[in-house]
Design a protein around this ligand. Sequence first.
Ligand code: GTQ
Ligand code: FE2
Length: 350
Amino acid sequence: MDAKSNIKPANVEEFLGGLPGRNLGATWEVLAQAVPVKPQPRAIPFHWAYEEVREQLFHAGDLVPAEQAERRTLCFCNPGLDGAPAATSTLFADIQLVLPGEVASTHRHTACAVRFMLEGEGSFAIAENEKISQVPGDLVIGPGWAWHSHGNEGNDDAVWFDCLDAPLAAQLDASFFSPYDTHAMEITKVVNASSKSYGNAGISPVWQRDAGTPSPLLKFPWADARPALDELPDDHLSPYDGAIIEYTHPLTGKSCMPTVSCTLQLIKAGSSTRPHRHTSNSVYLAVEGSGQIVIEGETFDWQRGDVIALPTWASHYHVNTSDRDGVLFCTSDAPLYQSLGYYREEDIQE
Ligand code: GTQ
Ligand code: FE2
């Protein structure tokens, strides 16, 4: 029978068989696909060891000149996502290498970016005509559509972790990218201008105050964040995350980016946390000590520089069996879920 026959179907099978040719579906046949009873992430929980990633990154350093690669980075490809450049369904993450004397060209994209410095003292970012100095442990954010470039004027190889909401922008068909017309952006502001304007907690400029999203403060120094974790009073410990602080917009207290939040947490030596799960995807970067994240019953050991992808709704808890405190940096798309009314969180009874 012709797929578009006008003859009344004799039975249900014949009726259903005629629908695809008309670009129709019988909703009762695909309801679980249209409205799943719970999230069905394709991304899987996954761990990348820094030792292995770093070795490959330095091969790229030997073989690929900075001018040739727009960015010399190795991106984390979640095995559940068919080789796509994405650590989770919404988050792209990479490790970047900038050798002494190198400068990465200026560009901008709708995706926002956050960078956590791992190695090298003399690197810098240029964002919107401002030069930002960066040392290991610093978090530097790149708001969506802001012009940016990076460089290294020190003697050490500079390595850092980046996370962008690029897969989200691409899935929303909202991704734009543009290169700068000349190579390097002009620097018109004082060095670390955003730190000078907004980097003092509770103190902010009156004239030309920028309280919009994203955060007008672009750098969150390790020298501020690390002591804050140690000093956090016990009544602020999370049952699920231990001592945890967020890098927030200095004027609104909201996440540093509209779609992405960044946290730093400390799992005390010999401690463990309660399991829970939530909608939203996370990418963890281990920054100090060692520990384990147990995701859906599977134990992922981590040490400095390791990256772990936690897909939405996966149950997880933290363990530190070592005799040294462990510190994790984490980027998450929770603000996205929260702003859409899609955020859910659930305690898991053992
Ligand atoms: O550092 O600006 O790996 O824009 C991919 C896209 C890094 C960056 C990437 C980017 C960057
Ligand atoms: Fe970029």
